[in-house]
Design a protein around this ligand. Structure first.
Ligand code: ADP
Ligand code: MG
Length: 586
């Protein structure tokens, strides 16, 4: 199968292969070249990407796979030329990623391509160098080369200006490229992948380090630690992979990496089945992180559905989905999910009350998880101090708090004997939200941190974060790139206060990056909501009488005190008549 006997498929076979555009953007080029390198039995693949400010200028993929003879090299660029199938029925036993024989031809039609290749075990036989432009071979010759194949793609879409115009920013395109490599690397542990961008290494996986190592390499050791292994064996199906403990969930469903027989695919159904395995362990709007590989008999998988092969059709899909949900459920049940304490013991310490406004909290305070008691009260104090504002308007009736229920609802009495229950988190969210919006619209409101907070992200998120820097600046986050995939946060919105909120910066960013199609106003709104929600006093936090009073006073000064930014009520009232009714006092 590898590297030999490329032939042009007959028209009948061609007509039965799912047709369509393969080369949509630079990442599609990378995907096709990588698939070819994997199919050629490579053990190590280098992806070298060059860009200027305007976009990706060059992609070079080098592998140590089977290579090609001079004749094969020339044939490889023919439309419908492939070494992987000969007739359509071969598809039912396909083990390779490619089979359409279209990729190199399609890429060469819209770019300048240079191919350098030398077959394995070629002895004295020289390598071949081919240059193809607009689909035509413009140069062919012998060249000294190591065994394996290098493909260089330049001037992508030079002859299709419309396509070129639709490319997103350089960083978005880079993020897509990193995403492609991630997916392939996760499905092919037998290959070492390395990505270099403008001379800097951005990503590297080891050979055969196992899936968990690959995950740790790509997404960080913290995530790897939060995963539970999934295994399932069924008559026609094997499931293996990792899923996150419920505490490590995400706000969007894009963190399910699924592959079938080594082919990375998108499947809402399988992602949904994984989530179903969590049962009630996840709230309605949360999604797990999952890396799941299915090994299925090849004749049960139809790969010929989608031109870029991102989707497949499964026979016995119902049984597969049920099996996936069952395997996930079993994996979670077999694990002590309660033992989710951080790796280091949490230091129990009593801290002095929070810093005065403008004062900078000590570093230890920034990172140590909060303990109960004093610490909690000090935190609530800081959170409330932050939202202290001038203003005389008072849109709530006067009320006097006299305690909390379940450390979640403030109980208060109005002058006329009305009973009020106030959701402390929702109320503070409203207060913060209004202030963040005000600061946002005034383009003011950054507070500099004396100690910048340094965050690292996986390459894919890094690239997207680079794009989001101006947007975040609009919200008061001053973020600078600081080294390889590392960013320094130099300032945060005033309303966010000091850094209880390392995680908030991270989550805000992750959330934004998850959905690039969001329009700018949507994104701004999303940032604002996250900032408000994360900065607000928590449900379950004990509040002193004074703190309760301050919270109610602050709420009364907002423009819409009765609902939180998500439209849920902040205050419910039972006036005397209602109470009388409840007790049937006529
Ligand atoms: P497909 O992968 O669907 O067969 P492509 O257009 O991607 O079609 O590639 C055409 C053929 O060129 C492949 O079938 C394979 O024989 C050969 N080829 C492409 N890339 C490589 C590579 N990196 N190493 C060895 N052979 C390759
Ligand atoms: Mg291919």
């Amino acid at each position: 199968m590898t590297g030999t006997k490329i032939r042009v498929l007959d028209p009948d076979t061609v007509n039965q292969i799912a047709a369509g555009e393969v080369v949509e953007r630079p990442a599609s080029v990378v995907k096709e070249l990588l698939e070819n390198a994997v199919d050629a039995g490579s053990t190590s693949i280098l992806i070298d990407v060059s860009s200027d400010l305007a976009g990706i200028t060059k992609v070079r993929v080098t592998d140590d796979g089977a290579g090609m003879t001079p004749e094969e090299a020339a044939l490889a660029f023919h439309p419908h030329a492939t070494s992987k199938i000969r007739e359509i029925t071969d598809l039912s036993s396909i083990r390779t990623l490619g089979f359409r024989g279209e990729a190199l031809a399609s890429i060469a039609a819209v770019a300048e391509v240079t191919l350098i290749t030398r077959p394995r075990g070629a002895g004295a036989l020289a390598g071949t160098r081919l240059r193809v432009r607009g689909g035509e071979v413009v140069e062919k010759g012998e060249v000294g080369a190591p065994e394996g194949t290098t493909v260089i793609v330049e001037r992508l879409f030079y002859n299709t200006p419309v396509r070129r115009k639709f490319l997103k920013s350089r960083n978005t395109e880079l993020a897509h490229i990193y995403g492609v490599v991630e997916n392939l690397a996760l499905a092919h542990g037998e290959v070492a992948f390395r990505v270099v961008h403008n001379g800097k290494e951005r990503m590297a996986t080891q050979r055969s380090g196992g899936l968990l190592n690959a995950i740790a390499g790509l997404y960080g050791a913290d995530l790897a630690r939060a995963l539970v292994p999934v295994e399932g064996r069924f008559p026609f199906l094997r499931i293996s992979g990792y899923v996150s403990r419920p505490s490590e969930s995400r706000g969007n469903p894009s963190q399910a990496v699924i592959s079938i027989n080594g082919r990375s695919i998108t499947s809402r159904q399988i992602a949904a089945a994984v989530r179903e395995g969590y049962g009630t362990l996840l709230p309605k709007d949360r999604y797990p992180v999952a890396f799941v590989d299915l090994s299925v008999d090849t004749d049960l998988v139809d790969v010929n559905v989608h031109p870029t092969k991102r989707e497949v059709r499964l026979s016995r899909e119902r049984e597969v989905l049920t099996a996936v949900a069952a395997a996930v459920s079993e994996a979670l049940a077999g694990h002590d999910l309660a033992s989710e304490a951080p790796a280091e013991p949490v230091q129990q310490q009593i801290v002095p009350p929070g810093p005065e406004p403008g004062e900078v909290p000590a570093v230890s305070e920034l990172e140590a998880p909060y303990a109960a008691g004093h610490r909690g009260l000090a935190l609530s104090d800081r959170q409330l101090r932050r939202t202290e504002a001038e203003g005389t308007e008072n849109l709530l009736p006067t009320m006097e708090p006299f305690g909390q229920v379940a450390a979640t609802y403030i109980v208060a009495e109005g002058a006329d004997g009305t009973l009020y229950l106030v959701d402390q988190h929702a109320a503070h969210e409203r207060i913060l939200y209004d202030q963040v919006v005000e600061q946002r619209d005034a383009e003011a409101g950054s507070q500099e941190l004396i100690m910048p907070v340094v965050l690292s992200f996986p390459p894919k998120e890094s690239a997207a974060l680079r794009d989001a820097i101006p947007l975040l600046a609009g919200e008061g986050f001053v973020v600078e790139e600081f080294g390889r995939d590392t960013f320094a946060v130099r300032a945060v919105p005033v309303a966010l206060g000091a850094l209880e909120d390392l995680e908030k910066v991270r989550e805000t960013i992750a959330d934004l990056l998850a959905d690039e199609s969001r329009t700018t106003p949507d994104r701004r709104e999303a940032v604002t909501c996250i900032v408000a929600c994360r900065g607000a006093v928590k449900a379950g936090a004990l509040l002193t009488h004074d703190q309760q009073k301050r919270l109610l006073a602050q709420l009364a000064r907002t423009k819409t005190p009765w609902t939180c930014p998500h439209g849920r009520p902040t205050v419910v009232a039972f006036d005397k008549r209602k109470l009388d009714g409840i007790f049937r006092r006529g």
